[in-house]
Design a protein around this ligand. Structure first.
Ligand code: CDP
Length: 226
C-alpha cells in the first residue's frame, strides 16, 4: 500500500451485522492486523460467569477486567477462529461464543470501569497502525482519529438469521426466535448505555448489509481505502 493508504480502519455496528467477516477479509486483503474488540468484553464476561460473580457489581467486574491476563494471539488452529484468545495460559476462544456469554456480555460492557480498562488497551494496540479494528465504539471513542470509519448495519431479522446459521454450522442446536429476541435486547442495552453507546460516528460511512453481499461490502470498503 502507498503512504496515502489508511493506517487505521474502524468498523462498528450492532450484533451479527457482519463486522467480523468484513474486518477479517479486509485485513487479509490489505495485509493488516485484524482485532475484534468484542472478544475482550466476552472474555471478561466468561471469566465473571466462571467465578460466579455478580455481573451487575461494577466494582467487582471492573477489578476483574483490570486484573485479567487477557491476550489475543495469532490463530494456532484452523477451526474458523480469527485469533487465539487466552486468559492466562488457557485458550478460551470458543468458550466466548457460548449462549450464556452472548446473553450477558452487554451487561458487563455497560460498566464504565470495564470500558475504561479495556478501551485503553485497545487504543494502545490500535495506534500501532495498519489495523482493522472492529467493535461498537471504535470510531466514536477508542480511535476517533481512524482514517476510515464504517458503520455496518442490518435488520435484526437478518442478523438473527446469520447468528442462527453460525450456531447450526458449529453443530449446536438453536432457536431462531430466541436468538432474535436476544439480539434486540443486546442492541437496546448497547445503544442506550451511558458510556460509549453504539452509534455511528458523525464521519462514518453507513452501510446496510441486508442489501449487500459480503463481497459487495468488501469491494465498497476497499474502494474507500483507495
Ligand atoms: O459478534 P457480535 O457482534 O454479536 O458481538 P461482539 O462484537 O463480540 O460484542 C459483544 C458485546 O460486547 C456487544 O454486544 C457489546 O455489548 C460489547 N462490545 C462493546 O461494548 N464495545 C466494543 N467495542 C465491542 C463489543
Amino acid at each position: 500500500m502507498t503512504s496515502s493508504s489508511p493506517n487505521i480502519i474502524a468498523i462498528d455496528g450492532p450484533a451479527a451485522s457482519g463486522k467480523s467477516t468484513l474486518g477479517r477479509s479486509l485485513a487479509q486483503t490489505l495485509g493488516y492486523i485484524f482485532f475484534d474488540t468484542g472478544v475482550m468484553y466476552r472474555a471478561v464476561t466468561y471469566l465473571a460467569l466462571q467465578f460466579d460473580m455478580d455481573l451487575r457489581d461494577e466494582a467487582v467486574i471492573t477489578k476483574l477486567a483490570q486484573d485479567s491476563k487477557l491476550d489475543v494471539r495469532p490463530a494456532t488452529k484452523e477451526d474458523g477462529r480469527a485469533n487465539d484468545i487466552m486468559a492466562g495460559d488457557k485458550d478460551i476462544t470458543w468458550e466466548l461464543r457460548q449462549g450464556n456469554v452472548d446473553a450477558n456480555v452487554s451487561i458487563v460492557a455497560a460498566h464504565a470501569g470495564v470500558r475504561t480498562a479495556l478501551s485503553a488497551q485497545q487504543r494502545k494496540i490500535g495506534l500501532r497502525g495498519k489495523i482493522v479494528m472492529v467493535g461498537r465504539d471504535i470510531g466514536t471513542v477508542v480511535l476517533p482519529e481512524a482514517d476510515i470509519k464504517v458503520y455496518l448495519d442490518a435488520s435484526a431479522e437478518e442478523r438473527a438469521k446469520r447468528r442462527y446459521n453460525e450456531v447450526i454450522a458449529r453443530g449446536e442446536t438453536a432457536d431462531y426466535e430466541k436468538i432474535l429476541e436476544k439480539i434486540i435486547e443486546r442492541d437496546h442495552i448497547d445503544s442506550t448505555r451511558a458510556v460509549a453507546p453504539l452509534k455511528p460516528a458523525e464521519d462514518a460511512v453507513i452501510l446496510d448489509s441486508d442489501k449487500m453481499s459480503v463481497e459487495e461490502v468488501l469491494a465498497h470498503v476497499l474502494e474507500l481505502c483507495k
